[in-house]
Design a binder for this molecule. Structure first.
Ligand SMILES: [Zn+2]
Length: 269
């Protein structure tokens, strides 16, 4: 099997202790997708990896990678961007951890996706710099972009099932059908799911006109800028959180719920 020396920037998605002194880390790299690596001796104070493999940090790595292996032996990691602001702020840290978990759970090993990488680095930078009232809408923007980068952009303008223009006042949302749907398609989908005993969170449901409008606005932002991110009205929060989460879980095939989003719910309520 081919062995390639990969040198690339990466974001640390997750770390775990391994043995007495080492670490296991999941990285999302700029050019080679997700990689799981072992960093031998990383927890020794004088290790060459000391202080670089922290969740959400950007690192430059060197790592020999074999396509037929799941775990690779990291040889170098140098910090490109630490995130001191996150360490001092539990709310921001929770958003960053949730962004990393989403990318971890929705991506496959060795599958390059530079768009997803840029989306993640962009949101992590944003989480450090936006005003705290903007964090929630920034995170929704990120989830919409992730869906797009993975090839399942939610439909929000026309019914995802029959194509009619969505009237904001009477729209439904169905994770399974692909986003916003008209009332008729939504009701029919909900009835079918009832018959199949689908879990509640995956069922088609009504979406409020304000939530739909805000999602359309966020989806329409071409690139992230601090000024462009609105403040999400707190009243919409539970609704939008639930529907974005169920959309990603349905299409990402996460085999279960995204846990860090529950933590985020707990921290930010
Ligand atoms: Zn329809």
């Amino acid at each position: 099997m081919a062995r390639t020396l990969v040198k690339t920037d990466a974001i640390v998605l997750r770390t775990m202790r391994m043995g007495e002194t080492s670490k296991l880390a999941t990285l999302f790299t700029e050019h080679h997708g997700k990689l799981k690596v072992t960093a031998k001796g990383a927890r020794r104070p004088k290790s060459k990896f000391a202080g670089s493999l922290e969740v959400s940090w950007q690192v430059h790595i060197a790592c020999p990678v074999r396509d037929d292996r799941d775990l690779h032996n990291l040889t170098e990691a140098e910090t490109v961007r630490a995130r001191p602001r996150l360490l001092a702020d539990l709310t921001r840290l929770s958003y960053a951890a949730a962004a990393c978990e989403i990318v971890d759970r929705l991506s496959l090993d060795h599958e390059p996706n530079r768009r997803l990488y840029l989306c993640l680095t962009g949101v992590l930078g944003g989480i450090e710099e936006v005003a705290s009232e903007q964090l929630e809408a920034l995170f929704w923007y990120f989830q919409l972009r992730v869906a797009e980068a993975l090839g399942y952009r939610p439909e929000l303008a026309n019914c995802a099932n029959c194509g009619t223009l969505l009237p904001a006042e009477a729209a439904w949302f169905s994770p399974g059908l692909g986003g916003g749907v008209c009332r008729d398609c939504g009701r029919q989908d909900a009835a079918e799911q009832d018959g199949q005993g689908a879990p509640d969170y995956l069922r088609a449901r009504k979406i409020s006109a304000d939530s739909l409008r805000l999602l359309v606005l966020l989806q329409g932002l071409r690139t992230y800028s601090r000024e462009a991110i609105p403040v999400a009205p707190p009243l919409l929060r539970d609704e939008v959180r639930a529907l974005l989460r169920s959309f990603l879980e349905y299409h990402g095939g996460t085999n279960g719920r995204l846990r860090s989003l529950e933590f985020l719910d707990a921290v930010t309520h």
